[in-house]
Design a protein around this ligand. Structure first.
Ligand code: RNT
Ligand code: ZN
Length: 421
């Protein structure tokens, strides 16, 4: 018996179908955020301009991707080490302008042709693609965007949102997979506002206008992401949790709520919010990240909350299209390819662990008040030989096992990334 066969037998003794778990996971798309590769700078503006919207990358590890070609090469390198089914996730600021498509346009004038190169990239690799309008790091942030009291500012950003719906529809049609289009703005105030309602009503009206752009909800899934606060917007954010949830709830078939687990008070748990939302919403979306004390966007670990989030996704039927998963973090202090790979593999591990749990048996214990047995069983599952199943999963996906991939990243850094200026 191989180590894998021995491990498999241990899980089978608990009534778990290991093969079915691996088969299921291998097909579930998880979006890989292009913005980890270049510290959320994009290609449509001054690359040395600061990030705005209350988000920040810290660190200056060498080797940041500076061009579409470098970013695509880094994504290829990362995906060669990610078992499962990655999906691309682009921001509008990653538009590619060249001679053939007429050169630079501002964000309100973006068109599908500015993403044609990304479509080729995805098609060649069989990837779907998600999309995000970019409501930050731009001269037209005054600093508000969709909630601005300035009509001209708001018009510009509404037009940007509508352009992004058309681009999302194009991505979905070209790639044959739905495009999750997430709307997030960093709109808010540093200090106590005099009017909290007005900006929220303007945001609501702007959202209505954006979503009035025609689209097919089977192809384009607009989401709205809430946030509790950001750097420079500590006192008030327009798109708060209640605002975003209510907006999505009032627009079924048009808008989905998106929860980013860095966007809540530190003791709030997104794992617990997943089943709460799924009791009402047919579909929800997630940004999976790791907040340390605030929305710091550290690389996702195989930590307790990541495991708990993945358990809820699995046991609430989220893998059958009800939960759209995307990674969202940006660490500029470590090798960026390693950051992608580590976070992606950790989410895969947490999902595989969840798929390897005897959920029915545990649920029955809860329902028949066997709480002692439930506690013991949940604890003892922690020392099952998961690593052997994980290694087998990587082998089957044709991807390196733990202990094998990091040397490849270091070689890539030596040969490619370290030579970038
Ligand atoms: C910011 C939000 C948002 C961004 C990306 C780049 O706090 O999490 O999702 O991280 O859109
Ligand atoms: Zn996010």
């Amino acid at each position: 018996m191989t180590f894998y066969e021995q491990a498999k037998a241990r899980y089978e003794a608990l009534g778990i179908d290991v093969e079915a778990a691996m088969d299921k996971l291998a097909k579930v798309p998880i979006s890989l955020h292009c913005w980890q590769g270049d510290d959320v700078r994009g290609f449509d503006g001054d690359p040395s301009a600061p990030l705005t919207g209350g988000i920040q990358t810290t660190g200056n590890y060498p080797g940041r991707a500076r061009t579409p070609e470098e970013l695509m090469a880094d994504l290829d390198m990362a995906m060669s080490m990610c078992p499962g089914t990655p999906k691309m996730n682009l921001h509008a600021c990653y538009a590619i302008f060249d001679e053939e498509n007429g050169g630079w346009v501002d964000r309100d004038k973006l068109e599908p042709r500015h993403f044609e190169k990304w479509v080729h990239f995805c098609k060649k690799r069989g990837l779907g693609c998600d999309f995000n309008p970019t409501f930050f790091s731009h001269p037209k942030c005054d600093p508000l965007t969709l909630s601005s009291p300035q009509e001209e500012t708001r018009r510009f950003w509404i037009d940007h949102g509508k352009a992004c719906i058309r681009i999302s529809q194009y991505l979905a049609e070209e790639l044959g997979q739905p495009c999750i289009m997430n709307i997030w703005t960093g709109d808010g105030y540093k200090d106590i506002p005099a009017d909290r309602l007005g900006p929220r009503q303007r945001y609501q009206d702007a959202m209505d206008q954006i979503l009035s752009e025609p689209f097919d909800f089977e192809k384009v899934k607009p989401c709205v992401e809430s946030k509790v606060f950001g750097i420079g917007v500590e006192a008030y954010t327009v798109g708060s949790a209640e605002w975003a949830l209510c907006y999505a709830a009032m627009h079924p078939g048009k808008c989905i709520p998106l929860m980013d687990n860095g966007h809540y008070h530190p003791t709030e748990m997104v794992s617990d919010k997943i089943p709460a939302l799924l009791a009402f919403f047919p579909e929800i979306a997630l940004h999976i990240t790791r907040p340390i004390r605030w929305d710091s966007d550290h690389v996702v670990l195989l930590d307790d909350e990541t495991k708990e989030i993945c358990k809820e996704i699995v046991r609430c039927g989220g893998l059958d299209g009800r939960v759209h998963m995307a990674l969202d973090y940006f660490d500029a202090s470590i090798n960026r390819v390693a950051a992608w790979v580590l976070g992606f593999r950790n989410v895969q591990k947490a999902l595989l662990m969840a798929l390897l749990a005897p959920m029915e048996q545990l649920k029955n214990m809860q329902e028949s008040d066997q709480f002692t047995a439930l506690l013991v069983q949940q604890e003892e599952m922690k020392t099952l030989p998961f690593g052997e199943i994980w290694n087998e999963y990587c082998r089957r996906c044709g991807k390196p096992q733990d202990g094998e991939w990091f040397a490849l990243v270091m070689e890539y850094e030596r040969e490619i990334q370290s030579k970038r200026g």
